[in-house]
Design a binder for this molecule. Structure first.
Ligand code: NAP
Length: 521
């Protein structure tokens, strides 16, 4: 039996009593069942009577010192006095006491105790010793929150959490440590901390309640939950967690998809660290696509051709098989589009089309090789001409000077494989609108936003258009199939992605917490 009132501890920290009351009430309305009040945020002396009048679920009292990431402005003696007042007030079900003061504050009545250790700077060398000493103290739950500076820090906290002999919530803070907060639940942590209000800066890397509602269904996480994720840097802007987690739930799979921020040159270390979980499959993005292809010998043809992998699948022996679903998605996008060209009486055989690729990076490599395999006539134009020359030599294409890209003739298809036009630079386009002709197909691989300036200008000049959303959905769908064996409906995924990307609503449905997800991926 878990000691926890809920698997999510909603953290509320505001400077005014009135706002604490409003947020705790709203938290319960939105399904919160356990609230931690960060009393150190209050600008005035705590008025327990006033606060407790709005209590609707179990509460935990916490007063953090600045060195532990809190805002308590007073003396330590005053802080401990307020903590004792909270304990005897009769309103709090839990109290959080730091390990160095916990022995000075006696257990009182039914109030349960979290004994905590925070380190806002690092994961200390003697972490295991600190935890060992804490375990001798009188607590119902032990909490360790330390800053991740390296992948090794994550590895150590996961090892500690995995072998915790008593109820423990141990995780790394910071964006590097983000996944460890969720993985702790898989190893039996009683709850995960989530900020009611994203803007309050309660702790580095803490997810918001809203993130759990739309993206990470945590209440179903247990030891059997299969873990998947995204390796890249940055990863926080990615829509992959939304898509994959929704599809897991729709297919009733006990699986969770997490973003793993992995700095350049730390891919091998990250795979070793998360291999202990294990993570069963990864999407791979910038800057790791080429390194991911290089570290495995089990290559799909798409990887052999492009020398880049956007998917890694764990094999039973712990090594990985690599795939490049960008490649497949590009081919599928173009082939699905050819019927549209044919319907307009335009050339619709790839081997008869003249295609200009803008850019010579990872996406361009996949596009160029896919087109070469289908015998299209390819021009490559990139601002770094050496990269364009290298790629065009590989595929027997032609290099077009970046300055001369508007002079290419004939040109049936333009494919943007640069980030030009991507959020936040949405008023930029890689080609001048006068270049765009009604009989052209314009394929913009940028998907955020979907309606880039290039897409808008192409539509207004009567071009046929393929958007980056179409490509993103197809590569994610193929990846989901590789992860689970289930081919998801493209239209459902397209709809999910568009909703998630909507700047107005971000109107994603709740990720179902119905507990139906009992099968393993
Ligand atoms: P990448 O490997 O970094 O390559 C980017 C290419 O764009 C390079 O040739 C780079 O030139 C060029 N470039 C960058 N900024 C430029 C600028 N301001 N003007 C002109 N050229 C510029 O990146 P990637 O993995 O190929 O991704 C490129 C884009 O493809 C991404 O931004 C993303 O939107 C899109 N993409 C979409 C999907 C999807 O599913 N829809 C999947 C993958 C990628 P230098 O070599 O000179 O830097």
């Amino acid at each position: 039996m878990s000691v926890a009132p809920d698997r999510v501890c909603v953290v509320v920290g505001r400077t005014r009593h009135k706002m604490i009351q409003a947020e705790t009430t709203e938290a319960v309305k939105r399904g919160g069942k356990f609230v931690e009040l960060r009393l150190d945020f209050l600008a005035k002396a705590v008025d327990f009577k006033r606060l407790l009048s709005s209590k609707q679920c179990p509460w935990m009292a916490t007063i953090r010192r600045p060195q532990d990431g809190g805002r308590w402005p007073g003396s330590e003696e005053e802080r401990q006095t307020v903590l004792r007042q909270a304990i005897v007030s009769g309103g709090f079900d839990w109290v959080d006491l730091e390990t160095d003061i916990a022995d000075k504050i006696r257990r009182f009545g039914p109030v349960k105790r979290v004994i905590s250790y925070h380190n806002m700077i690092e994961t200390p060398a003697d972490l295991e010793g600190i935890y060992g000493a804490m375990l001798k103290q009188d607590a119902d739950v032990y909490k360790i929150a330390v800053m991740a500076q390296t992948m090794e820090d994550n590895a150590r906290i996961l090892a500690l959490m995995r072998s915790a002999p008593k109820p423990t919530v141990a995780f790394c803070m910071g964006d590097l440590g983000f996944p460890t907060r969720f993985l702790a639940l898989k190893y039996g942590a009683p709850w995960l901390y989530a900020a009611f209000n994203r803007e309050r800066g309660l702790a580095p890397g803490m997810p918001a309640v809203e993130d759990l509602r739309t993206t990470y269904p945590v209440r179903m996480i247990d030891a059997a939950t299969m873990i998947y994720g995204l390796l890249g840097d940055p990863v926080e802007q990615s829509f992959s967690p939304v898509l994959h987690n929704h599809m897991f739930r729709r297919n009733k799979l006990n699986a969770l998809y997490l973003p793993f921020r992995v700095p350049k040159d730390q891919l091998t270390e990250a795979l070793r660290t998360y291999g202990t979980v294990p993570v069963n499959g990864y999407s791979v993005t910038i800057p790791h696509k080429e390194a991911a292809a290089a570290l495995t010998t089990d290559h799909d043809l798409t990887v052999r051709i492009t020398h880049a992998a956007n998917t890694l699948l764990r094999r039973p022996d712990g090594t990985f098989a690599a795939d490049n679903t960008d490649f497949t998605a590009i081919v599928d996008c173009l082939e699905a589009h050819l019927a549209e060209r044919a319907a307009k009486g335009l050339t619709a055989q790839l081997n008869q089309l003249f295609v200009m690729i803008l850019g010579a990076g990872g996406a361009a490599r996949a596009v160029a090789h896919a087109l070469h395999a289908r015998k299209a006539h390819v021009y490559i134009s990139a601002r770094t001409s050496e990269r364009a020359t290298k790629l065009s030599t590989e595929i027997g294409g032609k290099v077009v000077d970046w300055q001369g890209r508007h002079n290419v003739l004939p040109c049936d298809v333009v494919i943007n494989c640069t980030p030009v036009g991507m959020h936040p630079n949405t008023d930029e386009s890689p080609v001048h609108h006068s270049f765009l002709k009604p009989e052209m197909t314009v394929f913009d691989t940028v998907y955020s936003p979907e309606n880039t300036m290039l897409v808008r200008e192409a539509k207004s000049r009567g071009c046929l258009v393929i958007t980056g959303v179409d490509m993103f959905v197809r590569q994610a769908a193929r990846q989901f199939e590789l992860f689970t064996g289930i081919a998801p409906p493209l239209e459902t995924m397209r709809e999910l992605l568009r909703k998630a990307m909507s700047p107005v609503t971000r109107a994603l449905d709740e990720v179902s917490e119905s507990g139906e997800g009992t099968a393993n991926a």
